[in-house]
Design a protein around this ligand. Structure first.
Ligand code: X5A
Ligand code: ZN
Length: 679
């Protein structure tokens, strides 16, 4: 199985630069690439990737998006004098030309298409293309915002044409709106374009009305264009994550793409002089991780913006490490998004309510009285470059220096997964998965825990399995293994013992319980959170640390199951920030495909420290669980039944009950206000 990560880069793309004075363009420098690539080299990441050569795009490929006349015009630029280049440049907004930029722009497309080829032919699982010039602002007949040709838009067309890909998801996490991509696909339901962007009520570049949340696509493409405007600067990890959980991911799973392209601009990270946002480079580890289970793992990330060299390089490394499967970093203090972010979230969800079942019974009306003032001062895009800006020296604006800690190394334990199975089950384990047995010292531990819990365990087999569970937890704690899997005869005892034992070395534990029945798990005053997904209505919960979602057709309904995972479980999990995740599966209708999705998504938490406990009857899922814990690509979901409106309502009800404690569950400003009044 393809498990590799492609890295596509060529130094040639550093060989063009701004040749005159233009304050709007001076941040787009060759060092953006050398800093990014240099960091990958220095951290030993490039050698872990498959390096794939770039190539030049053909005219035919460029014409998938651009007009012949425009291509012919750009073709002239290598032969122009400096003066001609300046004149040519002035017909476009915030962009510059150079005698070598046409060559680089063809390589930037070619690099992106090489990445698509490598992923589609399964030479690699995923990858990143480090390119200049970027692409997402460029349009059919226009260069714009440092972009000459639209790399990602061309790639989407190319994948459709060459590989008959039916649905492409484009995630644009750059801090600017990729209006060029929007224009390209706004009537096309086969390409779902998602973009968040600094907007500030249209005062921020490119200052277009069509960048707002109410631009949902046109005609057949209605619902397939998602704009999340940031109306304030300073957005944080919590704001980004909540948009992923409450907007992008539910829609993405409903859309069910066959390929995911990321317009990976890192000007949305802290320190960037354009974005002025506060999300840390570590967020990209998680954004990447959260997209990896989609489309069978076919994920192509393509560099767009990013202008603070240190922030950019760190963010690129975070992205690549997730693509490679390294444990995701902890994100401390994830909680409620800010009011302005919530306002945007609420507006986007309301605008898309007609198109997506995941919003149908949960989104409310748009915000009627925005808390933030509208300030439409600047004009549209393409402000003219002033002659004195081209020749004279514009006043240097010194940026306030922002500092943040360097991301911690993401080191993986020597063994990824260890499994404790009943005798005879070893041949079901995938390659590289270690078999684990009960360590001698665990006898005493089990006895002590039994005393603490008031449980007298007599059955030999049960004692043995508890010892195996303790052994696995000890190995996780000592960072000898990243995660573990155990098949146990008595699941509720195993959970009880595991939680009790884990709490001696970690502050918080998340228990994810799939199936019916009851687990006696105490919240230990907020140290343990239990989330159950089941089919039989359990008794109503009052605790904010005991969550249960009872689905109409039970966990076997893939769409309903994943919906509850995305909008309830993951936000809770990220806010809890546990040191350990216990995944518990008892007899249940959950499908292998859905279970594996869950297992993969949960590995973004707790540095990947997960223990999966399977009831003996669930033996059929051992292999798939182990493969997922090992980091194997998550198989594509394939065609799915529709999301049931009833399940959406059930999840929404539980979300409302819990949002008084859990800020990450907020989806509207009003919801947050009611919480604050409760306090
Ligand atoms: C790719 C990208 C930004 C252009 C900003 C112009 N372009 N003010 O980030
Ligand atoms: Zn940008």
């Amino acid at each position: 199985m393809a498990s590799k990560t492609a890295l596509i880069y060529d130094e040639e793309m550093t060989r063009y630069k701004l040749l005159w004075v233009d304050p709007a363009c001076k941040i787009e420098v060759p060092e953006r690439l050398t800093a990014s690539y240099g960091a990958l080299l220095a951290k030993g990441l490039s050698e872990r990737c498959v390096s794939i050569p770039v190539r030049q795009a053909t005219d035919e490929e460029i014409l998938l998006v651009h007009r012949q006349e425009y291509l012919e015009a750009v073709k002239q630029t290598p032969h122009m004098t400096l003066e001609d280049l300046m004149t040519f440049t002035q017909q476009y907004g915030d962009v510059y030309f150079h005698p070598n930029i046409f060559h680089c722009a063809k390589l930037a497309i070619g690099a992106t298409l090489q990445l698509v080829d490598s992923v589609m032919t399964e030479k690699v699982r995923n990858g990143i293309a480090l390119v200049r010039p970027p692409g997402h602002h460029s349009q059919r007949s226009a260069a714009n915002g440092f972009c000459v040709f639209n790399n990602v838009a061309i790639a989407a067309h190319y994948a459709k044409k060459r590989y008959s890909v039916k649905r492409v998801l484009i995630v644009d996490w750059d801090v600017h709106h990729g209006q060029g991509v929007q224009y390209c696909f706004e009537e096309d339901p086969s390409v779902l374009y998602f973009s968040w962007h600094r907007f500030e009520h249209q005062s921020f570049w490119p200052s277009l009305p069509e960048s707002d949340y109410d631009n949902v696509g046109k005609g057949k493409g209605a619902g397939f264009n998602i704009n999340v405007p940031w109306n304030k600067v300073g957005m944080t990890n919590s704001d980004y994550l909540s948009v992923f959980f409450h907007v992008l991911l539910p829609v993405a799973y409903e859309f069910n793409p066959e390929l995911v392209l990321v317009s990976a601009g890192f000007d949305s990270a802290i320190g960037d002089p354009e974005g002025h946002m506060c999300a840390t480079p570590e967020i990209f580890a998680h954004l990447t991780h959260l997209l990896m289970p989609l489309a069978g793992g076919r994920l192509c990330t393509v560099l767009e913006g990013g202008y603070h060299l240190t922030s950019l390089a760190q963010s690129v490394c975070q992205t690549v490490q997730s693509l490679l499967g390294d444990p995701a970093p902890l994100l401390p203090s994830v909680s409620s998004p800010c009011d302005s972010a919530l306002e945007s979230l609420q507006n986007v969800r309301s605008a898309h309510q007609p198109y997506w079942t995941c919003f149908k019974h949960s989104a409310t009306a748009p915000v009627s009285e925005p808390s933030t003032k509208h300030c439409r001062t600047q004009g549209g895009a393409g402000e003219e470059v002033q002659p004195e800006q081209l020749t004279g020296q514009a006043e240097e604006q010194t940026e306030e220096e922002v500092v943040w800690p360097e991301p911690l190394p993401r080191t993986a334990p020597p063994v990824r997964t260890a499994a404790a199975l009943p005798a005879g089950g070893e041949d079901t384990l995938p390659q590289g998965c270690r078999r684990s047995v009960e360590a001698p010292h665990t006898m005493g531990t089990v006895q002590r825990l039994g005393d603490e819990l008031n449980e007298e365990v007599k059955d030999e087999r049960v004692v043995r399995s508890l010892r195996q569970v303790i052994s696995l937890l000890d190995q996780v704690e000592k960072k000898e293994i990243r995660n573990g899997l155990a098949v146990v005869p008595d699941i509720s005892l195993a959970v009880k013992f595991a939680v009790q034992h884990a709490l001696s070395s970690t502050d918080r534990v998340l228990v994810v319980f799939v199936g019916d029945g009851e687990l006696s798990v105490d919240s230990h005053d907020g140290r343990v959170l239990l989330v159950q997904i089941c089919s039989k209505q359990p008794k109503p919960q009052t605790s904010q640390y005991h969550v249960s979602v009872c689905l109409k057709q039970g966990p076997g309904d893939v769409a309903g199951f994943l919906h509850s995972v995305l909008v309830l479980l993951l936000p809770l999990a990220y806010e809890l920030s546990p040191g350990l995740v216990l995944e518990v599966l008892v007899h249940s209708s959950v499908t292998e495909a859905a279970w594996v999705q869950l297992t993969s998504l949960l590995q973004g938490l707790a540095l990947g420290h997960t223990l999966a406990l399977l009831q003996e009857s669930q033996g059929a899922l051992v292999r798939a669980s182990a493969a997922s814990l090992m980091g194997d690509p998550v198989p594509a979901l394939g065609p799915q039944g529709p999301l049931s409106p009833e399940d959406v309502r059930t999840v929404e009800e539980e979300r409302r009950r819990l949002e008084v404690t859990w800020g990450m569950l907020h989806t509207s400003v009003a919801g947050k206000k009611s919480l604050e009044q409760n306090k």
